[in-house]
Structure formats: structure tokens, C-alpha cells
Design a protein around this ligand. Structure first.
Ligand code: SF4
Length: 477
């Protein structure tokens, strides 16, 4: 290609649309937690654990340890784990017990004061809290606590549990057991005082949390893939409604609630979790492949190749190709060096960066009828952009297959799915949406097939509006 031709092609790029695409509000997870009990270099282990959970939140990271004198130490910052934690900082966090957190801010907004672990100072003993999820009755609880004298330092709802514990009487575990039933919604907590570490999962088990063994110690993580990173052996998941306490006297477990109603978030399988994580004994990659196979059975289309949108849709695309016997191809390349601005939650921060995120493999795409598999559609502008770059690369036809049902309602359990009004499937049906994004056809996976792939104990509220808990006034906002 001559220099002149190159210039001509560059002029064809619609920079305005690309910026819009990069600014689009995608699905975002709200945090990951990691904990260590009785292991040397606990801060370093937590660093590696948080690094492997970085996809669950990129806005802030923090680590707390308990040193040999029982003093709680803490370091936290806005930004990525690897940007802030240096060996010098990790050495300052001495001790054999640690909890850590990576944050994506939806509830409470950004700012250092909201970066976890949150430290609660008390004459009965300090403690730190890290959590993943969203408390649906946070507003009610916070209002009640403030009206009766509690003072909050940050705007996120993590402090609520701290205040609730403070108000109770008895030893720490007793106070915790009295406080937890007041919380409604999704939460996987790691809470640490100078002697004990607690791992707690809400009674619906919305967010994952597992325990593993490392020599004489124990490791906790939002995702099991983080155990592999440090050579820990998976033991089991923390059960829905379980409070697990670990101290020098060993490991003890009990239920904080008897009203168990297991509804693991379907989006953990579809989009958030790493493919090498297992949830409820089901590997995430395998579950996505199964979704792809069921989608191929549900929605067959003649085509030359199947491609997936990197990274979370590749397993589903492989499944679609396997069942349909249409060759799987490598059709889209994702930039490895997507800056932090692209994954920051606020519109202003997203607007800072202007770079391409995906590009098409022209030699693979040109003159082909393509099955394009994606995991979900939120506002539609991403899909529109991808279809456009495939057509620009010479695709003859693009048939879009979505490996989950249409998202029609917001999530109140810790996932930023946008508001009802921003969800494109709230206003357009599949045919209209296909036209809007410029595809030749579009089909979503149905809810029956999603259940076949993931089992019955899942939350599908963003697809069905059937929320497994009370939603208080959140649906009105
Ligand atoms: S509403 Fe959707 S995103 Fe939220 S927990 Fe349920 S399945 Fe997950």
C-alpha cells in the first residue's frame, strides 16, 4: 500500500464514533477481595492475589495487615495495584494476616476515602472491612444510623457494617452475628481484627468467595483463579449465609441466617469472572462454551466463520463453532495497552483517552459471512462500532449472536449495568436493535438455555426483572 493510500484510509476513520465507543458505559463489576491468615509475607501474597483480581475493579486498591504486636496497618490508593504497591510499601505491611481489596466505584463514588479496606477505630479494638457487592437497604440503614448519632467518613456503604457492629454488645463474633441480618442485598465480606479473620457471604450468595489452603495458613479470594497464582489449594466456597471465623484456635463456621435462597449472579459466569475461575464447581470457560453451544442450537445461521468479541466472548464463540461445525476464527484483535481511562467509571475520566480498543483482521474477515458472538449488549454503541469495523474490513454479512438474554433492568447487587433508560433492549426489540447496530441479524440467548448452562440457583434479574430480594426504592431511581 502506498503512503497516499494510507492517508486516504486514515481519513475514513470516524474518530467521533470511536470516541463515543470508548466512552460507552459498559458493564462493570464492583470489587474483588483477597485475604490471608497465618502465612509469611502476607502482604506480598495479597498483592499477587489482588493483581489477579484486577479485572474486578481498577479504580482503587488497598491492603491491611496485622503486625506481630497486634497493630493494624493499612496502605491504599486510587489506581491499579501494580501502580501503587512497591516492595518498600509491602515490606511496611508486615504480619502474617492480611485482607485486600480492588475497587470499582458505583455506590459512593470515587475518592481515596472510599478505597477499601475501611478501618474502623474503636475502644473495643480496631478492625478493617473489605467487601464486594451492594447493600440494597444502605440508604435506609445509613439514614437511621446518622439520625441516631453515627458519623460517616466516606460515602460508600462499607462503613455501614462497621457502625452496625459497633452498636452491638458482646465479643466481636457475637456483634457481627447481630449486625449481619440487618443487611439486605449482595455482600462477600472479609473482616479482620487483631486476632481473627472473618469471611462472610450473603444469604443469596450473589458474589463468589472461596477458601484455600497454603501450607499452615488459609487464603480467601473472590475468585478461585487467584489461588493458582500463589500456589494455594482450593478447599471450597464460602456458603450462602455462612460466617467463617479463623483465629489461632482454628477454623469455625456457622450460618448467620437460616433464610438461604441461592441466587449466584449469572453475570459472574457470562462476563466478569476470569475463565480460569470455578464457581459452584462449574468452570467459567466451560460454562461460556456451553452457552455458545446452546446458542448455536437455538439460533442456527449459515456462515463461513465464527468469531468472538475479545476477551469474555471467546469461549462462547468456541462453543458456537463447535456445535455448528462452522470454523472458529481469530477475527478481532484487542489492544493490550488499553489505558486506565478506558475502564474508569466516570464519563469525564473515560473522555480522557482516545485510542482504538479493537481492530479487525482484514485477511480473515474479507468477503466472509460472519457469526459474531458477544456476551451481552448494554447500550448498543459498542456492538454498532464492532459491526462497523467488520463491515469496513470487507465482511459480506454479520450475524450477531448474544450469549445471554437481553438486559432490560438495572442490577442492585454490585454490577454497574447502567440505568433502565440507558439499556437499549428496554426500547428496541432484537430486530430493531439489529438494524440500529447495522447487523444482518441478531438473536439473544433465551433464559431457559441460560439456566441449562448455569443451573437453577442463579440470579437473572437484569434479564427478567425478577429480583431475588426486596429492592426498596431503588427501582424508582
Ligand atoms: S441483576 Fe444481573 S448483574 Fe445483578 S446480580 Fe442479578 S444477574 Fe447479576
Amino acid at each position: 500500500m502506498s503512503v497516499g493510500q494510507n492517508e486516504k484510509n486514515e481519513k475514513k476513520i470516524n474518530f467521533k464514533e470511536n470516541i463515543q465507543y470508548l466512552q460507552e458505559r459498559e458493564l462493570h463489576e464492583e470489587c474483588g477481595v483477597f485475604g490471608v491468615f497465618n502465612a509469611n509475607n502476607a502482604s506480598y501474597l495479597t498483592y499477587y492475589g489482588l493483581h489477579s483480581l484486577q479485572h474486578r475493579g481498577q479504580e482503587g486498591a488497598g491492603i491491611s495487615t496485622v503486625d506481630e504486636n497486634g497493630k493494624i496497618k493499612r496502605q491504599r490508593a486510587e489506581g491499579l495495584v501494580s501502580d501503587f504497591f512497591t516492595p518498600k510499601k509491602l515490606d511496611q505491611l508486615d504480619g502474617k494476616m492480611a485482607i485486600g481489596h480492588v475497587r470499582y466505584s458505583t455506590s459512593g463514588g470515587g475518592g481515596l476515602e472510599n478505597v477499601q479496606p475501611i478501618l474502623i477505630r474503636s475502644h473495643r479494638g480496631d478492625f478493617v472491612v473489605a467487601y464486594n457487592g451492594n447493600i440494597v437497604n444502605a440508604l435506609e440503614l445509613r439514614t437511621e444510623l446518622e439520625l441516631t448519632g453515627s458519623i460517616f467518613h466516606a460515602s460508600s456503604d462499607t462503613e455501614i457494617i462497621g457502625h452496625l457492629i459497633q452498636r452491638e454488645t458482646g465479643d466481636f463474633k457475637t456483634r457481627l452475628l447481630k449486625a449481619l441480618p440487618k443487611l439486605e442485598g449482595a455482600f462477600s465480606f472479609l473482616i479482620m481484627n487483631k486476632d481473627e479473620l472473618f469471611a462472610i457471604r450473603d444469604k443469596n450468595g450473589f458474589r463468589p468467595l472461596s477458601i484455600a489452603r497454603l501450607e499452615d495458613g488459609y487464603i480467601f479470594s473472590s475468585e478461585s483463579s487467584a489461588f493458582n497464582m500463589i500456589g494455594a489449594s482450593f478447599i471450597r466456597e464460602i456458603e450462602a449465609g455462612e460466617l467463617l471465623r479463623i483465629s489461632k484456635n482454628g477454623l469455625k463456621t456457622c450460618k448467620y441466617s437460616e433464610e438461604i435462597n441461592k441466587t449466584m449472579c449469572a453475570m459472574e459466569y457470562i462476563y466478569f469472572s476470569r475463565p480460569d475461575s470455578d464457581i459452584n464447581n462449574l468452570n467459567v470457560h466451560v460454562s461460556r462454551q456451553k452457552c455458545g453451544e446452546l446458542l448455536a442450537k437455538q439460533s442456527p445461521t449459515k456462515a463461513d466463520i465464527v468469531i468472538g468479541v475479545p476477551d469474555s466472548s471467546l469461549s462462547a464463540a468456541m462453543g458456537y463453532a463447535k456445535y455448528s461445525k462452522i470454523p472458529y476464527e481469530f477475527g478481532l484483535v484487542k489492544s493490550r495497552y488499553v489505558g486506565r481511562t478506558f475502564i474508569s467509571p466516570t464519563q469525564a475520566k473515560r473522555a480522557e483517552g482516545v485510542k482504538m480498543k479493537l481492530s479487525a483482521m482484514k485477511s480473515v474477515i474479507k468477503d466472509k459471512k460472519i457469526i459474531l458472538v458477544d456476551d451481552s449488549i448494554v447500550r448498543g454503541t459498542t456492538s454498532k462500532h464492532i459491526v462497523q469495523i467488520l463491515k469496513d474490513a470487507g465482511a459480506k454479512e454479520v450475524h450477531m449472536k448474544i450469549a445471554s438474554p437481553a438486559i432490560i433492568s438495572p442490577c442492585f447487587y454490585g454490577v454497574d449495568t447502567s440505568t433502565s433508560g440507558e439499556l437499549i433492549s428496554n426500547t428496541l426489540d432484537a430486530k430493531q436493535l439489529s438494524e440500529y447496530i447495522g447487523a444482518d441479524s441478531l438473536e439473544f440467548m433465551n433464559t431457559e438455555n441460560l439456566k441449562k448452562a448455569l443451573g437453577n440457583d442463579i440470579c437473572m434479574a437484569c434479564f427478567t426483572r425478577d429480583y431475588p430480594t426486596k429492592t426498596y426504592n431503588l427501582l424508582k431511581h
